[in-house]
Design a protein around this ligand. Sequence first.
Ligand SMILES: Nc1ncnc2c1ncn2[C@@H]1O[C@H](COP(=O)(O)OP(=O)(O)OP(=O)(O)O)[C@@H](O)[C@H]1O
Ligand SMILES: [Mg+2]
Length: 247
Amino acid sequence: MPAIIAAAANRLQVDRVTVDFQGLRAVEDVDLQVSRGEILGLIGPNGAGKTTLVNVLTGFQSIAAGEVTLSGMPVTAWPAWRRARAGLARTFQNVLLFRKLSALENIEAGALAQGESRHSAHTRAREVLDWLGLSHLRSQIADTLPFGAERRIGIGRAIAARPHFLLMDEPAAGLNDAECDDLAALIRRIRTELGCGILLIEHRMSLVFELCDRVQVLDQGRTIATDVPDAVRRDARVRRAYLGETE
Ligand SMILES: Nc1ncnc2c1ncn2[C@@H]1O[C@H](COP(=O)(O)OP(=O)(O)OP(=O)(O)O)[C@@H](O)[C@H]1O
Ligand SMILES: [Mg+2]
């Protein structure tokens, strides 16, 4: 396979995407790429357009202009479920578990949504719980899970779908420092053991700069920087727009 096609087959990307909400341009002319095995950080102030961009990628948000490509396929016209079956999964800013189902059943739901049979979804969910080190919580009802565990089960549900790309919207929100360290280790394992490309939206800068290969910065719907973490940290425009420094 020519190298250029092989690279595209391993990439999730948007090209020149614009999103309008009745008069408000939430995303303007944004390019973004994440490759399998890569962790891309997406940061920016509140309202910068980060979640909107995730919704564009997953197919929950229509666009005024631009293109979305998943593993070399143009998927702009594809509905969300079809993109999910082609290898795209997300976690939510609010966890959104099925509250009355057990931890295991919540993870099973991720596999069932991919069209797996009941039996194989069950097997898959047990594997994922084991992989997460949470088998002891198998039967616990989601409502009664501690917050940190609930967050991990939400990630497990996404992983159960065997994604090639995982989009994580503020996974560290509300976690304490120890839980945050555990999350960092888990994100690394998702990359190395599962080979996923990860888009990480996060306000906790220490986590972003520690984990990401590259960081893209949005401000008012536009990209103002995309670079390795150290370069982004030093970028004067980023510091002004986001890190709250005046130089
Ligand atoms: N469904 C919608 N209808 C109208 N405006 C919306 C809608 N969703 C988002 N917006 C607006 O679009 C802009 C981008 O919002 P978005 O949620 O993508 O920001 P964000 O970068 O994820 O912010 P945060 O860090 O607070 O989560 C904001 O001005 C927001 O108010
Ligand atoms: Mg958001």
